[in-house]
Design a protein around this ligand. Structure first.
Ligand SMILES: Cc1ncc(COP(=O)(O)O)c(C=O)c1O
Length: 384
């Protein structure tokens, strides 16, 4: 890991970026270029040595014993669901408040999503509602409950202890969608080692992002990892000759792996900076509005810093006029989106629906300055 100090690349009065990939690139541009040149030199664009090097480095970072690099976070979700033999007739429980990829992956694997409500403070799956939804599915007798996918929204790990207890009671596999939480932790365990299977995304805007599409799967189960390696390569055997199961092309490419290796080297320091910025936002905003919840023993990766404000759209417009970029993740709960309304259940998901009208993500990246955060907070407080 690098010990090189941060170069001051951002000024207090500079335009504020929602996510600043340029400032990060300035720090490590020479090392990224060297990685890309190495791929051009050896010419193994697919399955080059960078893949195994990255998978080993990610195992070391997370504490998982197996890592399988794949082409995107979405592919990692589909591969893990397929790998468990989950498909038609199976119920997969997912939060109703997450990115659409989680639901799409369940449906693309042929299974049926069952939406679970979330907790207002953490935005993550409510274990009590999960138990109720499992009971309801069992009573209906049409689908077999097989898997739960807690999503670590905005960077905060879901409550894997409470969800794990419910999953154990009903024999469900726990599969963590950590697309937004890579680098987060629960106690001494990092995301990647919090449940049986974890997937993540290295989309460029994620806390650890590539310069294109990329993702990864984590486990401590060697057999599962071998199945994922097969599925990501058209379901082939170890010799990559015969297809022994259904699969597709879900491989990570060597250039993305090279970029990720250099970004991983500065990632621990970037996580600390994100946590510092989140604490400063908390200190500035705590008396005015609902902050993202902090849970004892949980460490967010601070993929996003998301507040809830009842007059969200008005506040967002005012911030926009002051050139403060913000984002809304998400304007609708999943069961309200046209593609997924067939899977909506009676009674809806009251917390997911309320959050969709109030969430607002503020600028968050390691290269913010306190002066910039002050500018965001001053405008925000004015707009309330
Ligand atoms: C919660 C969640 N799951 C899955 C994904 C899919 O990842 P990708 O865009 O790499 O396919 C994302 C990406 O934004 C996400 O936020």
């Amino acid at each position: 890991m690098t010990t090189e100090p941060l170069r001051p690349v951002t000024a207090d009065d500079a335009p504020i970026a929602f996510i600043d990939l340029k400032a990060q690139q300035l720090r490590i541009r020479d090392r990224i270029e060297a990685r890309l040149m190495a791929v051009l030199d050896h010419g193994q664009y697919i399955n080059g040595p960078e893949i195994a090097e990255l998978e080993a480095a990610l195992c070391e970072f997370t504490g998982a014993t197996e890592c399988v690099g794949v082409a995107s976070g979405t592919d990692s979700l589909i591969i893990a669901i397929m790998g468990e033999g989950i498909g038609a007739g199976d119920a997969v429980f997912i939060p109703g408040f997450t990115y659409n990829a989680t639901a799409n992956a369940v449906l693309l694997a042929g299974a049926t999503p069952v939406f679970v409500d979330v907790k207002p403070g953490t935005f993550n799956m409510n274990a009590a509602d999960l138990a109720m939804k499992i009971e309801a599915v069992r009573e209906e007798g049409k689908l077999v409950p097989r898997m739960v996918i807690p999503v670590d929204l905005f960077g905060l790990p879901a409550d894997y202890t409470a969800i794990g207890k419910v999953a154990d009671a009903y024999g469900l596999t726990v599969f963590g969608d950590a697309a937004q939480s890579f680098g987060g932790a629960m106690g001494n365990a990092r995301v990647g080692a919090l449940c049986e299977i974890t997937s993540t995304s290295f989309f460029p805007g994620k806390a650890l992002g590539a310069y294109g599409e990329a993702g990864a799967l984590f486990t401590t189960d060697h057999d599962k990892a071998e199945i994922w390696r097969s599925i990501r390569w058209h379901g082939t055997d170890a010799a990559r000759a015969e297809s022994v199961r259904v699969g597709f092309n879900g491989r990570l490419d060597s250039m993305q792996a090279g970029v990720l290796l250099e970004k991983l080297a500065i990632f621990p320091e970037e996580l600390e900076l994100r946590a510092k910025h989140a604490a400063y936002y908390d200190a500035r905003l705590g008396e005015y509005l609902n902050l993202p919840a902090r849970e004892e023993g949980f460490q967010s990766s601070w993929g996003y810093y998301t507040i809830t404000v009842p007059s969200r759209d008005k506040v967002r417009d005012a911030l926009g006029a002051a050139k403060i970029p913000t984002a809304i993740y998400y304007r609708q709960a999943l069961h309200q989106m046209a593609a997924f309304t067939p899977y909506a259940r009676e009674g809806g998901l009251p917390i997911c629906e309320a959050l969709a009208g109030e969430v607002l993500a503020l600028p968050m990246h390691p290269y913010l300055t306190e002066g910039q955060i002050d500018r965001v907070c001053d405008e925000l407080i004015k707009a309330l």
